[in-house]
Ligand binder design. Sequence first.
Ligand SMILES: [Zn+2]
Length: 404
Amino acid sequence: MIRAYKFLIRPTVGQQAALGEMLREHCSLYNGALQERRDAYRHASKTGITYGQQSAQLKEIRAFDPERQGRWSFSSQQATLRRLDKAFAAFFRRVKSGDAPGYPRFRGVNSFDTVGFPKDGDGCRWNSTPHDPVTRVRFQGIGHVKVNQHRPVAGTVKTVSVKREGRHWYVVLTAEQVQPEPLPPTGSAVGIDMGIANFLADSGGEFVPNPRYGRRAAAKLEAAQQALSRFPRVRRDKRTANHRRAVEKVAQLHRKVRLQRLDHAHKTALALVREHDFIAHEDLKIRNMVKAPTPKPDPDRPGGFLPNGAAAKAGLNHSISDAGWGVFLTILHAKAESAGREVIAVDPRNTSRTCPTCGHVSAENRPTQEKFHCVSCGHSAHADTVGALNVLRAGLVRRDAQPA
Ligand SMILES: [Zn+2]
């Protein structure tokens, strides 16, 4: 399985200039090779010039112009010539099929925005400083460039390209992941209910408590932020060594919490995927639309409502946790796919108020946040377990309704 990744990179001022030159000189190589083909096409015959012939001249071109052409990777230059070859192949294909295509055109420096490296390690190196906490990518003639790596890269990096978009630079990777063996079936199906007190409850009555890494780190983070606030607000390059250390400390604490959350999400998802063939969860998008904070009726004013600060706070808590749930569900879906498990998202409406025993639906079935007590049949259980059971039921209904 091949996956593509795109990350923003943060070149220094000097690296930005060098990247600009790299694009410009690959562009002039492209245009020079195009010129040669145009001349051959016009004068000689229809046989034209091949990629092999042009690639064979690269050595001479590099030796002739070591300042401008010789400093870049041989492989990225070959890739540029191959791009031209593809443009010609498409052109001739369309001529043959009776179209009147435009002849391949010269590229302006502004429209030529990508340099590709067909193989990691050849003229470029992904993760060139593996012992450094900051990911970097190295390009021949440029150096090690910082990468904003917002998600992990799974598998082996195959190709690397650098791309300019407006004022920003990106690195685009393709990575190949070996397809893992599907897990053996367990015959088990589960529903999960995601919450605040418990990260999730499952339909079997188990709970995964919310780890609250943020809260644990809060004291340290507050101290670090206070230390940082003592420094005057100045430009990044005007900061003293102590100031820079204070900035780094805050960033490091945030990073730690993020990694802990990610690790927790991976472990929780892995446990579910190992144990169950089928997993149903609430659809977060629908849930956000329907689970707005409940307004409190004003007892002194029929039809009126009390200002509800608690509700606003609950909403905020939810939105913070939402990010965590979103990450968790993404990981769950990915793991389930590679293990051959089925995951279904269901409409969460009424999952917290429906009695799993008799089917009675009522808000009164839920006297408190934690408790479920059916007003019709008396069934009583933890509210989150009931929610998870209803999610599982809805998921199974949806699965059976799908054409096999
Ligand atoms: Zn009931």
